[in-house]
Design a binder for this molecule. Structure first.
Ligand code: LLP
Length: 416
């Protein structure tokens, strides 16, 4: 369920006309609905009845206003960098609800997260464990640790966003993980608290999650026998959403399946959902600059692959809608941006509304991995982010200026 609906053929976000927002802030812009974000967060979080923390995957939509909203709903954060830690702290997320994932945390990042007092680190290698132990020893503290294991399970999703196969760079192969637990358990500045796994993103079936959970359970029993009981089980994120005709399971079904498997485990569950909460809570709004007919029909809009990389990067589908659909005609065309690359498209060879010059376009399901993956390629300022709440809208990130583009750049003396 989301709050992007037509009223008399005009697309609204909650109670606000999107054309009115465009008239005020210009195009392109990202637009999020507070009501949808809230509904999705609660639908996910309330689906779990056992002790758990929903640690929102910051990388999917990291604006501090969005993070603050989830903090106010009791959410935590899954972070993967010092930058995301900074955001989570700025948003007021309780550090005891923050977990730190990622294969390559630097010593500085480890230090910042230790000072912040996060819940735990999802450690992914021996070298990372040793570095964490030495940073913690320097600081005179104990590092809370969970190991991310790689269960070698096929998540059946796009190859670029599969993470739980043996050939992927993530985690410690589950068959080798016992030794690292034993080593860590003896370390003076490390406290072993949990186990984690994240097998991929945009999963549309429950079975790969359950297959990994079963592997984790066997491993947990072995650890317990060896006198290393764990308090946390982190199942990562990955639940998919509907972009087109996918039929991903509802969070309730996902939670139910997990609960059934976990009934004999005495661990607090950590979840790291991103897309399932924000994906359909945000859209990208653009304006048609020109239309032209070459070898095929092209609709050239003012948003591009630097604003939304998913179509170019993964061939991802995002539904294209007219903000004013009163004309109601469709045609097969490519919706493309101004960037000088053939790969710069937002929709390719699909039936979309027959747009005319200066019309507004909604690129749907862009709330996850939309703004956060945007760049300044072709020296295009990044677009603003707008948050609607009821009948109000708020600019939660300003449009970048040309000065922002060259911030920090310098012409050295020899070129002056
Ligand atoms: N936890 C970890 C350790 C992760 O690496 C990720 C996503 C998540 C949680 C959240 O997964 P989600 O619930 O959102 O599926 N840019 C790609 C997706 C990359 C996902 C990376 N990791 C895309 O646009 O489809």
């Amino acid at each position: 369920m989301n709050h992007f609906n037509y009223k008399d053929d005009h697309l609204f976000c909650e109670e606000v006309s999107i054309a009115d927002i465009a008239a005020t802030v210009g195009t392109p812009f990202y637009l999020y609905s507070t009501a949808t974000l809230t509904t999705h967060f609660k639908a996910f979080d309330n689906a779990f009845s056992q002790p758990h923390i929903t640690c929102f995957a910051t990388k999917s939509c990291s604006n501090i206003a969005v993070l603050r909203l989830f903090a106010s709903l009791g959410g935590g954060a899954d972070i993967v960098s010092g930058g995301e830690l900074f955001r989570a702290q700025k948003a007021g997320i309780d550090p005891k609800r923050i977990v730190f994932s990622g294969v390559g945390k630097s010593a500085d990042e480890l230090r910042s997260a230790l000072s912040a007092g996060i819940l735990f680190f999802n450690v992914e290698s021996y070298q990372e464990l040793n570095r964490l132990q030495s940073v913690a020893a320097d600081m005179g503290v104990t590092a809370p640790v969970s190991f991310r294991v790689n269960p070698d399970v096929d998540p059946k999703t796009h190859a670029y966003i599969s993470t739980g196969l043996a050939k992927n760079k993530f985690g410690i192969p589950i068959k080798d993980a016992f030794d690292i637990y034993k080593t860590a358990n003896e370390m003076e500045h490390v406290e072993v608290l949990g186990i984690s796994c994240h097998i991929g993103s945009q999963l549309t079936e429950i079975s790969p999650f359950i297959e990994s959970l079963r592997k984790l359970k066997v491993f947990l029993a072995k650890l317990e026998e060896a006198g290393i009981p764990l308090s946390y089980l982190d199942l990562g994120g990955g639940l998919g959403i509907q972009y087109n005709d996918e039929e991903p399971p509802h969070p309730e079904k996902y939670a139910e399946a997990i609960k059934k498997e976990m009934h004999d485990l005495n661990c607090t569950l950590i979840l790291e959902p991103g897309r399932v909460i924000v994906g359909n809570a945000g859209i990208l709004v653009a304006k048609v600059l020109y239309t032209k007919v070459g070898g095929k029909k092209f609709i050239i809009v003012d948003a591009a692959m630097n604003d939304l990389a998913r179509p170019s990067l993964y061939g991802a589908h995002h539904a294209i809608q007219a903000i004013d659909r009163s004309r109601g005609e469709n045609e097969i065309a490519d919706l493309v941006g101004p960037i000088c690359e053939t790969g710069d498209f937002l929709s390719k060879e699909k039936e979309i509304p027959a747009f005319e010059q200066d019309e507004l376009v909604a690129i749907m399901s862009a709330g996850a991995y939309g703004f956060t993956m945007s760049s300044n390629y072709n020296s295009r300022p990044r677009v603003p982010e707008i948050l609607v709440s009821g009948s109000d809208f708020h600019i939660i990130r300003e449009r970048e200026t040309h000065d922002d583009l060259i911030k920090g750049e310098k012409i050295p003396e020899f070129l002056q």
